[in-house]
Design a protein around this ligand. Sequence first.
Ligand code: AGP
Length: 619
Amino acid sequence: MCGIVGAVLTQGSVLEGLIEGLRVLEYRGYDSAGVALGLEGGVAIRRRAGRIEKLEAALGESPPADSQIGIGHTRWATHGPPTDANAHPHTDGGERLALVHNGIIENHGELRAELEAEGVAFKSDTDTEALAHLLGRELDNGAPTLAEAMRRALSRVHGYYAVAAMRFGEQRELVCARQGPPICVGVTPEGAFLGSDVLALIPHTREIVFLDDGDVCELAPGHLRVTRLDGTEVERASQHVSWEEADAGKGVYPHYMLKEIHEQPDVLARTAFSRIDEERGDVLLGHEELGDGGWSDALLRDVSRVQVAACGTALHAGYIARYLIEGLARVPVDADYASEFRYRDPVLMPDTLALAISQSGETADTLAAQRLAREKGCTPAAICNVAGSTLVRESDAVVLTNAGPEIGVASTKAFVAQVIAAYLLAVRMGRARGVIDQARGLELVRDLRLLRPSLERLLSEEHVSEIQAVAARHVEAKGFLFLGRGINYPVALEGALKLKEISYMHAEGYPAGEMKHGPIALIEPGMSTVVVNSRGGVADKVRSNVEQVRARGGQVICVGSDPESLDLADEAIVVPESSEWLSPVLNVIPLQLLSYEIARLRGCDIDKPRNLAKSVTVE
Ligand code: AGP
């Protein structure tokens, strides 16, 4: 996944805005970066392997002239290693056009061979450069505009792309197109702007157009025109985006991840409190940007089962959703990896709600799983954090989480928001089906309100320093096991994922009841085991798991509200009591902080872990 920006202005210089946009999008990919600036006599291109600082140094060494049109790119390499030559933008070899691309051109080999046979000399190993040369060839073959050349060139391309191209010199044009990875655009009287997500545009405009797959967009100050690949013009309404620019900054925190961990009490309030209807002992699933969210009583009553599909952290929230919806609304739920679901030709029952869960709403596997479910007759629904995302636009019913932009690659506040949204959905579904009466509904919604002070306590300086001490004692562990049962089993999975993705230590999440079926063989001194256990139906079973691990010399860190387990463990991280249904929201906080502190001690790049991207928009 890469970050793309572009702009054309009536006056002034685009460069600063492009660099700022790339900084905001750097979380999307960061192994190389580059900009192209259109000049009267041609183009100035600066691109470097490495972080944006390297690009800025290159710009400082040889500052380009002011330009009113430019594109920029921050890359997560798919074809060709991250080198200066493979960094975007790429040109057609002439001094006419430059192009940046996010995605994969699956038939790039065939196109490259065809172009080389015509004498084209490639300068990079990338699939992207083939598209740049295709554009140049279409201009040579008489395409009257860059937009027309784009439509003709893309009709030869198979794969996924978010692409932006600019033409410079006497015929300045800025064009973008989308098939898969997102692109959004916005115009003001002073300029026109494009970017991979809204964060790059909100400094310029809040009226944002989210392009659809198959759209080609021409941009000029105060004007945009959208066509399909066949040239048909289409209207795309703009949406007002209310995210604050400040939301996208780190504020006083050293890392986005830490800021986002500490935002979670506010995320709870923003996602849940405005939806609580205490009078009726119920909740509202709608949202200011989406109306009622499509959740009619009829839909919720007629659903016979729920099929969850998601990836990574979002799937862990999906596993928790299974406990919540089955436990509270008594509706059967399956949950599967989207990447598995989409290829196993699943057998789906009629009246199934296909619930996709995704922070970005752009994850390729999750989108494909949702489209398959719709083809098989399911009602597509979503829990998602981005109102204008593809997933939201392709779903009939949506619960929007209000976590605000999540920049840290390791998902934290979005996970908590997804769990809260699943709880709201379970309550609403139970109320619509008469399984939860008004009195019980009131209890359930009030339990949400009780979470906030507990979250605040778990994020207090005192608690954080306690976690720092635990982290220091385990930073050299040879590995970690995370164990939990029931609704806290997915919390164990999430704790393991957090640790491995930002500290690069081996960590495995397991249902505690599975220990004796294999993993207990791993227990030995130096192996750290984190056991998540809250008061509730399985607490006593988890206690015996703690004893099993300790009996074999394993170090146990217990996280939760079960006093006996905390007493049994070598180290105890106390979590305030709560409704068992909501205990994952609290139990995950110490695990997020533990992974953050261990990664910090290990000197890892917490916001941009190696090999990872924030949203996996291609397979
Ligand atoms: C979580 O920390 C990871 N960054 C990753 O597993 C992520 O949850 C997954 O890629 C799904 O992303 P999405 O929620 O945007 O669909």
